[in-house]
Design a protein around this ligand. Sequence first.
Ligand SMILES: *Cc1c(COP(=O)(O)O)cnc(C)c1O
Length: 228
Amino acid sequence: MTEPTPAERVERVESEISEAARSAGRARDELTLIAVTKFHPASLVRELHAAGLRDFGENRHREAREKAAELADLELGWHFVGQLQTKKARQAREYASVLHSLDREALVDALAVPAEGDGPLDAFLQVNLTDDPERGGVRPEEAEALAERVAGASGLRLLGVMAVAPLDEEPRAAFARLRTVGDRVRTVVPEARWMSAGMSNDFAEAIAEGATHLRIGTAITGNRPPRD
Ligand SMILES: *Cc1c(COP(=O)(O)O)cnc(C)c1O
């Protein structure tokens, strides 16, 4: 059996997304598909662009910055989805159009003032749905306080909430919890109505719980090459 091409994978994922949207009574055009291309070369991003994708996700600053520079001839939206060091935050703003991992006060403060001549950076509050404090994300009970801080930062525009489903919980239940955190965040920032959730193995469940931004890696790219 031959491996499917990137274009074939995109087509398959697209049809599964449409199917999940239909079952949830939602429209496909409410959903933004972000192809997470971490560890893969820029040439793959180019192929996926040719297959119609425009939004790409990366989780390491250096790799993201290099790929964005190499692909500057294409009009792409770069989504930063990994843990971001505070001292790298302002550099990440130079190529990223959306930050999905705003998860602590220090990061909000580093981005509080817009870059010169630039508008605010779009950002999701990342919520930690596990009991492990080492995982990225603000604790659910601290999300509103962090949202208030974001609301006071002219360099940031809060889009909504983001999470990765824990390994030891039904994804649908986890995303339902994320949705309630989003509801609470909206009491602070009413415009923050989006939800970044759903990866290769759980995007249908995320769509059922109201996700608007899907971060899909391996289902589109194939397995990630081993890291050097
Ligand atoms: C890698 C990654 C994804 C994509 O994961 P897949 O399981 O390959 O679809 C999504 N979100 C984040 C934060 C990631 O780091």
